[in-house]
Design a protein around this ligand. Structure first.
Ligand SMILES: Nc1ncnc2c1ncn2[C@@H]1O[C@H](COP(=O)(O)OP(=O)(O)O)[C@@H](O)[C@H]1O
Ligand SMILES: [Mg+2]
Length: 330
C-alpha cells in the first residue's frame, strides 16, 4: 500500500555550515493491516520518519508511493487526502489535546468535517462520538464532558487515539506512544493499538526504543533496527528478537532486562558496546564501527550494504554470536 524509497532528510545543524543527517536513505513498505516497528536509540531518526509519513515534514530526497502513485507529484488536494489517512499518535497526549475543550468537543470538531463530506447529520456525529470512545475502551458517559486534566495519562492517550480515528485513517503512526504513560497503564494502550490493527485492519507504524513493546504490538510484523539514519537490520519480529545478526541489534536486545516468555541464556547475551558519542562525526564505513566490539579495518573503510532475503542486515561480519533467546510464546 505504501512504498517508501530511499528517504533522506538533512537539517541545518547548530553551526553555520553544519548539517544533521537525520535520515541517510531508508526504504520500507507498509502493507494493508500490517505492522512495522522502528527501533533504535534516541536521535537515530525515528520521529523524522513518522513526521514525513504524516506530511508534517518533507524529505530532502526519496519517494513515497501510495498505491503506486508518487505522493509528492500529486495535486495539493490529493496529497492532503493521502496524508489524512496517516494519523500520528505522539508521546504526550496532554500536549495533543486542548485543555479548554471537553473530550466530546475534541471529537466533534473533526467529525463535523467528516459528516459534511459524507452527507451525515448531527445525530451521526453524536453516535460516532459514543462509538469511538467505546472502541478505545472508555465509557462515553463518564468521560464525554470531562476536560483532559481530569483524566489519567492512559485515558488521555485513548482520547487522542479516538480523535485520530475520527478521520478514518488507514495507518496509525505511534511515536513512543506509551513512553510518557504510567507504567501500569502502558500495556492497556499497547493492547488497544494491537486490537485496532486486528479489528479495523489499520496498519501500524510503531516507533519505539522498547523492543518488548515492539514485540507485543508487532505480531506477524517486521522490525526495522535503525542506527544513525540507516537501517542496520530488518526482519520479522521473531527473527530480530531470536536471531539478531547485527551487533547493534544484539546490543539493543541485550539491554532489555526481561522479555516476557523468552528464555534468556546467561551473561553471554550481553554485548559490551560503547556509549553513543554525541560528537562522533563518523561518515565513512559502518557508522556503528566506532562502538562495535567486533569491528575490523574493513568496517571503518567500507559502508556495509543492507542485504539478505527478508532478514536483511548491513554488517560485514553478521554472525549469530549470541543466542539471545531460545523460545517465544505464541
Ligand atoms: N527540526 C530539527 N532541526 C534540526 N535537527 C533536527 C530536527 N529534528 C530532528 N533533528 C535531528 O535529527 C536527528 C534525528 O532526530 P529524530 O528523528 O527526532 O530521532 P529519534 O526520534 O530517533 O530520537 C537527531 O540528530 C536530531 O537532533
Ligand atoms: Mg523521537
Amino acid at each position: 500500500m505504501i512504498e517508501v524509497k530511499d528517504l533522506k532528510k538533512t537539517y541545518a545543524g547548530r553551526g553555520s555550515d553544519t548539517v544533521v543527517q537525520a535520515l541517510r536513505g531508508v526504504s520500507f513498505e507498509i502493507q494493508n493491516g500490517g505492522a512495522l516497528s522502528f527501533i533504535g536509540e534516541s536521535g537515530c531518526g525515528k520521529t523524522t520518519v513518522g513526521r514525513i509519513l504524516t506530511g508534517l515534514e518533507t524529505p530532502t530526497a526519496g519517494t513515497i508511493l501510495w498505491n503506486g502513485q508518487d505522493v509528492y507529484k500529486m495535486k495539493a488536494k490529493d496529497k492532503k487526502e493521502v496524508f489524512r489517512k496517516v494519523q500520528l499518535i505522539h508521546q504526550d497526549p496532554y500536549q495533543a489535546l486542548n485543555p479548554a475543550r471537553t473530550i466530546e468537543q475534541a471529537l466533534v470538531d473533526p467529525l463535523k468535517v467528516m459528516a459534511k463530506k459524507k452527507g451525515h447529520d448531527g445525530s451521526w456525529i453524536e453516535s460516532r462520538v459514543t462509538e469511538l470512545l467505546t472502541l478505545v475502551g472508555l465509557d462515553p458517559a463518564t468521560v464525554m464532558y470531562k476536560y483532559p486534566h481530569m483524566l489519567s495519562g492512559g485515558q488521555r492517550q485513548r482520547v487522542v487515539i479516538a480523535r485520530a480515528l475520527t478521520v478514518e485513517p488507514e495507518v496509525l503512526v505511534a511515536d513512543e506512544a506509551v513512553s510518557m504513560i504510567d507504567v501500569s497503564l502502558r500495556l492497556g494502550i499497547l493492547k488497544l493499538l494491537r486490537d485496532l490493527r486486528q479489528n479495523l485492519n489499520i496498519s501500524l507504524l510503531f516507533i519505539t526504543h522498547d523492543v518488548a513493546a515492539a514485540r507485543y504490538v508487532g505480531t506477524n510484523g517486521e522490525i526495522y533496527v535503525i542506527y544513525k539514519g540507516l537501517v542496520a537490520e530488518k526482519a520479522t519480529t521473531d527473527d530480530i528478537i531470536l536471531r539478531p545478526k547485527h551487533p547493534y541489534s544484539q546490543a539493543l536486545l541485550s539491554a532489555v532486562p526481561v522479555l516476557k516468555g523468552i528464555e534468556v541464556p546467561g551473561p553471554e547475551r550481553f554485548i559490551p558496546v560503547k556509549e553513543m558519542d554525541q560528537n562522533d562525526q563518523t561518515d565513512a564505513g559502518c557508522l556503528f564501527a566506532p562502538r562495535c566490539p567486533f569491528a575490523q579495518d574493513v568496517c571503518k573503510a567500507e559502508r556495509p550494504q543492507l542485504t539478505g532475503q527478508g532478514h536483511d542486515f548491513a554488517c560485514h561480519f553478521p554472525v549469530e554470536r549470541h543466542v539471545v533467546a531460545t523460545q517465544v510464546e505464541a
